[in-house]
Design a protein around this ligand. Structure first.
Ligand code: E4P
Length: 218
C-alpha cells in the first residue's frame, strides 16, 4: 500500500518524508488556499517545491472544466516536473481529458469520485489513479468504505490497472480499513499516518525494558 500525504503544507510533507514511508503527495485548490498559496505562478512554483521534497508522485489539479482547457493546463503541469500526476475531475470533459492524457503517456488522478460507475469510467478512460472520497461520503451518512470495496471488486473482475487511491481519509482507522479492503494507495493528513505507530502497550513496554536495562548500570 502506498502512503500519500494530502496537504500543501511543506513542513508536514517534510515530516512525513523524514519518517521514510512517504510515497507521494496529493493537493487540491482548497489545500493550496489553506496554505495561502494563490495565483497561478505561486501555485506552479509550490508544486515544484513539493516535488523537490518527496521522491514519489505529486498530484496537481487542473481548474478548467472544458476539454481544451484541461488539456492545456494538464500538459503544462506535466512539463513542470516528471513526478507530477495531472488531477482531473470526474465530469464528462474530464473523462475525455483522461483518455487524451492516457494516450499521450501523461499520468492522471481522477478526482471527486463518489460512485462505482464513476470509478469504472475512469478506469476505462485509462486513469493512472482513481480517487474515491470516502470521508465526504461518511460525512453524509453513506458508507465510504463500501465504495472502496465495490471499486476493488470491479477492477479485479476485469484486471484494470488503475490504482485505487483512497482519498478524503480522515483518521487512522480509515487507513487500516482501506488496507484490509486492498486499496492500492491512501492519501490522508499527517495525523492519520502518525496514528498508526501509537500504542500504549508499546510505550509501557519500552519504559520497562529501559528501566530493567538501566538497573545493571546504576
Ligand atoms: C484528494 O486528493 C483530496 O485532496 C482530499 O483527499 C479531499 O479530502 P477532504 O474531503 O478531507 O477535503
Amino acid at each position: 500500500m502506498k502512503f500519500f500525504i494530502d496537504t500543501a503544507n511543506l513542513d508536514q510533507i517534510r515530516e512525513a518524508q523524514d519518517l521514510g514511508v512517504l510515497d507521494g503527495v496529493t493537493t487540491n485548490p482548497s489545500l493550496m488556499a489553506k496554505e495561502g498559496i494563490t495565483g497561478e505562478k505561486n501555485i506552479l512554483k509550490h508544486y515544484v517545491d513539493i516535488c523537490e521534497i518527496v521522491d514519489g508522485d505529486v498530484s496537481a489539479e487542473v481548474v478548467s472544466t472544458d476539454f481544451d482547457g484541461m488539456v492545456r493546463e494538464g500538459e503544462a503541469l506535466a512539463k513542470l516536473h516528471d513526478q507530477i500526476v495531472v488531477k482531473v475531475p470526474m465530469i464528462k470533459e474530464g473523462v475525455k481529458a483522461l483518455k487524451y492524457f492516457s494516450d499521450k503517456g501523461i499520468r492522471t488522478n481522477c478526482t471527486l469520485v463518489f460512485s462505482p460507475g464513476q470509478a469504472l469510467l475512469a478506469a476505462k478512460a485509462g486513469a493512472t489513479y482513481v480517487s474515491p472520497f470516502l470521508g465526504r461520503l461518511d460525512d453524509i451518512s453513506t458508507d465510504g468504505l463500501n465504495l472502496i470495496a465495490e471499486i476493488r471488486l470491479i477492477y479485479d473482475n476485469y484486471g484494470f490497472n488503475t490504482q485505487i487511491l483512497a482519498a478524503s481519509i480522515r483518521h487512522t482507522m480509515h487507513v487500516i480499513d482501506c488496507a484490509k479492503l486492498g486499496a492500492d494507495v491512501m492519501t490522508g493528513p499527517l495525523s492519520s499516518i502518525d496514528g498508526l505507530l501509537r500504542h500504549p502497550l508499546t510505550d509501557i513496554g519500552l519504559e520497562k525494558f529501559l528501566a530493567d536495562y538501566n538497573k545493571g548500570n546504576s
